[in-house]
Design a protein around this ligand. Structure first.
Ligand code: FES
Length: 150
């Protein structure tokens, strides 16, 4: 079994796994970073979103061998004390209902705001529309992204 060294949340991790293993399973099963969630496994729901070199990325679609030299950030590494502006806005607006999709939502929102710090309402809707929420808390999500941008 090959060995890969990954940089995740500013720490190096050595993983022994097949090169084609989806990054989502490496994070959850090998490194125990279980904040990143499995939803669909085919890139359709956004629950597994993380940052790879700063870009929002669906970890179910990325293979281990593709990220050996990348900077990977998961929800656990977004901030030291859960106080990233997006996380603060999420708390202020009280966004989560069941909570399952929230890590993916927050990782998508934080990457988006890094690239577009002053978004319009339409920009926010377009950026977030690929992240599915089964509780349909879309209005709260959009409001929280707006608050985080202010
Ligand atoms: Fe990756 Fe749904 S689990 S997009």
């Amino acid at each position: 079994m090959p060995t890969f060294t990954l940089k995740i949340n500013n720490k190096k991790h050595t993983v022994e796994a097949d090169a084609d293993t989806p990054l989502l399973w490496v994070l959850r099963d090998h490194i125990n970073l279980v904040g990143t969630k499995f939803g669909c496994g085919i890139g359709q729901c956004g629950a597994c979103t993380i940052h790879v070199d700063g870009s929002a990325t669906r970890s179910c679609l990325v293979r281990l061998s593709q990220v050996a030299y990348s900077e990977i950030t998961t929800i656990e590494g977004l901030s030291e004390h859960g106080d990233h502006p997006v996380q603060e806005a999420w708390k202020e607006i009280d966004v989560p209902q069941c909570g399952y999709c929230q890590a993916g939502q927050i990782m998508t929102a934080s990457a988006f705001l890094n690239e577009s710090p002053n978004p319009s309402d339409d920009d926010i809707r377009n950026a977030m529309h690929g992240n599915i929420c089964r509780c349909a808390s879309y209005n709260s999500i959009e409001e929280a992204v707006k608050v985080a941008s202010e």
